[in-house]
Design a protein around this ligand. Sequence first.
Ligand code: ADP
Ligand code: MG
Length: 282
Amino acid sequence: MSPSVETAKLPMLLTALRLPSFARLWPEFCERADKEGWPAERLLAALCELELSEREQRRIQRHLVAARLTPGKTLDTFDFSLVPSVSKAKVSALAEGDGWLQAGHNLLAFGPPGSGKSHLAAAIGYELVQRGYRVLMATTSDLVQRLQNARRDLALTQEIAKLDKFDLLILDDISYVRKDQAETSALFELIAARYERRSIMITANQPFSGWEAIFPDKAMTVAAIDRLVHHASIFEMNVESYRRRTAYAAATSLSDTDRESHSDTEKSEQEEIATPNSDIAT
Ligand code: ADP
Ligand code: MG
């Protein structure tokens, strides 16, 4: 077979071997190798390395899509100065993943609406995916619905086993589980099945005292909390809603602009808008 015939078959061979980076880059690399006189093994190694590194990137991208994290909620965009009870160093250590995920330890984030729980959860999830871990973020209600559907089809155990592929399950807004969902123990079974094996992160508006509506009865509530907290890091995010804070800030800056362009007679009205600012936690 002449070299040109062999070369003509290369794209087909590389596609069959599932080597897309190799297939895209070999003409450029070969040209450079010919020009610079690379030994054949150097060319081969360079293409293999590229395939491997791009394959890893493609894998991370796939896992990022599968993780269903809210886009843009990363540690870079999280302002730690607004939540003094959350240590940036601690979060950065957790975002490395090592140790706690292998041991199936949990993370719990408590705080009023708008305190940044979902942002923090998505940000930790994002970092973990970048490091090769598998993460799934879902509202607890959606996940419970999925488990209930599986139970109806007599496939709850299999459904819970499927979720095992995720190193971390982020159950967002556990306090919003609906009453009719709480009548089944699907959520408890998930928590029990992952205990000390696979990690769970939970965000909640309510402290444990308000969790009785989430599980069918008190004994199960206690048993679920017991398993969740046994090995857990807890973030208490008792800060003013970020949404409200930014709305106040916008209103205040608006009133500042007004103040510059209007007469003194409107001053008292503007001070009224600015007043809520003094409530903001520092
Ligand atoms: P929660 O889940 O506690 O109700 P979210 O995480 O959804 O709150 O936060 C509400 C909004 O405020 C989101 O857009 C989020 O990105 C933003 N936010 C909250 N806390 C912070 C923070 N500390 N730094 C930057 N943005 C924040
Ligand atoms: Mg939230």
